[in-house]
Design a protein around this ligand. Structure first.
Ligand code: ZN
Length: 125
């Protein structure tokens, strides 16, 4: 079983809000609630906000401790661009139903802009 699988299963089973961009999992830091990053392949994480760091085992222990850390892990939502995109898309679809053409044209322009930035990002990687 890969470390990646174990790590993702942990986040799912504990209902911790995360965003996965292989090999990085972005999740709320248990100490400050800002974005922490974990390498899913090796299970090590670090928070760029408060500089705390640890392993998957550290997180598991915090979940068992049932304290402030667990609350932060389970109740803080981090920005998930994929989820956000789906929500925006649904809002546009509802607006197009009501307002038609003009909103649809705006939606297509926004999509084009997103595509442009995605291609730009791929070029940089
Ligand atoms: Zn932190």
């Amino acid at each position: 079983m890969s470390s990646e699988y174990v790590v993702l299963s942990f986040f799912k089973s504990k209902r911790i809000h995360y965003h996965y961009e292989k090999p990085t999992i972005i999740f709320p830091c248990p100490h400050c609630g800002l974005e922490a990053k974990m390498n899913a392949m090796i299970g090590l994480w670090k928070c760029e906000g408060c500089l705390q760091q640890g392993t998957l085992v550290t997180l598991m222990e915090m979940m068992d401790a049932d304290g402030k850390e667990q609350r932060l892990l389970q109740h803080v939502k981090i920005y998930n661009p994929k989820e956000e995109y789906q929500l925006i898309k649904r809002s546009f679809e509802r607006l197009i139903e009501v307002h038609g053409d003009r909103v649809e044209k705006l939606y297509k322009r926004v999509e084009k802009l997103i595509d442009y930035h995605q291609e730009e990002k791929q070029r940089r990687n």
